[in-house]
Design a protein around this ligand. Sequence first.
Ligand code: C2O
Length: 566
Amino acid sequence: GRLEKFVDELPDMPVLRGYGVAEGGNLVAGELTVGMHDTMWKFHRDLPATRVFAYGASKETATVPGPTIVAMKGVPTRVTWTNHLPPRHILPWDRSLATARLGNATGVPTVAHLHGGVQQSTSDGHSMAWFTSGFAATGPHFSSPAYEYPNQQPPGNLWYHDHAMGLTRVNILAGLLGAYRVVDPATEAPLGLPSGAEFDRNLVLFDRDFMRDGALFMNATGNNPDVHPQWQPEYFGAVVVANGKAWPFLRVRRRRYRFRILNASNARFFRLSLSGGLRFVHVGSDSVYLARSVPTEGFLLAPSEMADVVVDFAGAMHDAVTLRSDAPAPYPGDPGEKADTVAVMKFVVASKPEHDPSTVPATLMPRYPKPDAREAVVTRHIAMYEYTKNGTDEPTHLYLNGAAYTDPVTETPREGTSELWEVINLTDDNHPLHVHLAVFTVLKQRSLRRVDEFRDCMRGSASGGAGGRNDAVACGMQRHLAGGRRHVVPRQERGWKNVFKVRPSTVATLLVRFKPLEESSATASGKSGGFPFDVTAGPGYVYHCHVSIKQRKPLLNSQAPSSFTC
Ligand code: C2O
């Protein structure tokens, strides 16, 4: 049977305040406990409740997505993450991957990462810092389940999600994700954007498949069953879920609303638009406000990417406005392929006109530094290329510059500096690249020429073995760039971000900033130009593509080895 659309109302997730208020009104650090719970969640009126893994302050209040954590800029939020998950996973967990190893223990390894957060690497949710219920088993980088988020970063939209080695894709599918805001009333209130719980909402989107009995469905046969019996690098579900409800509806008034939209899908891209000619005005992207607002008719949102938009329903011609997506899955799909439009949710617009006190100023946050490529102290070339093992057709692993996750760290930026990263995508898929700790600006994207030749050269290193490793520079990347077409970076993606969609057969040039956007926060900590903490302590940080979990290898830090998966 088919599920009827637009029968459930869009919920708001519970809010957890990430700061405390002392007597006299001073703000003090917030202390939260957020558990991962084995519970049931109702995704649709006509679907039996679904067994999920959900974040919540308690099992009774756990939701999918989890509670929205609201943090105050400059006021630390301490979260103790607790794992109450059962001995066995509810979804297929392919043990043939590089994954959390439990030895003789049972349980579900988890570790929470605050995506877009600037925090010590011991609080960053390193993929090997996982732990199971009761700490029966812990990963090699586990130190403590008590994390501190300094929130010494500009106001903006973040999210938290599971990050465990080899399990991130299934733990997120099971429900372990939620929104996080850093707010700064002093700089945000004067903007006059729609505000308050009714008019300023998080919209967390993802796709899922369900069984008739309500169970989450995930195909348990791998693309390369001989190598990885269950692993599928991408997941696409037929049901679009917004704030935990399948195709919900929201009654809105004839005025402006702000939506902080997150694509929390494992692999589905959303190319969003509104029916009836309504437009979006972008005010922010992932983690940072834009300098000026950008109106669009629609936009593409990759897994893990965020768009902070205002929609003015005063201009609605009809009382029903649909939010829909027409992105192919997988993205970009075959050339010329026309994607079916899928509904996401419906707005039911009140007929009565009303006075709207909110505005969207043309100028938002112009005081963040303008990107300046001359600041870069290093240029790195990072090539993503997929390899196959044992003569299988489907790729089995993705390496960066021919190097595996377990290889030594190659990116060791110095705090307080900026770097140019030329990110080269030699695969057939669009890869949303995410860098922990840093923010970046996309300076340009260009097509590569003679890509097959480039790939052949990279393949020379397929073993990843020492010695004969080819990287982008060795493979003559400059030659492949010469004369390549330039692709426009959409205006709403030209600010400071933490995710960028690297198209197939292109190079994206990123200016990556390993220092705060606001120098004042560094000065306040007594350090010049650096982050307000010691980035060299702990297991380091990773960068990776955010499509399920695909590749291995990356990242960065001043010293300690670190890494991850894509
Ligand atoms: Cu969204 Cu490594 O994270």
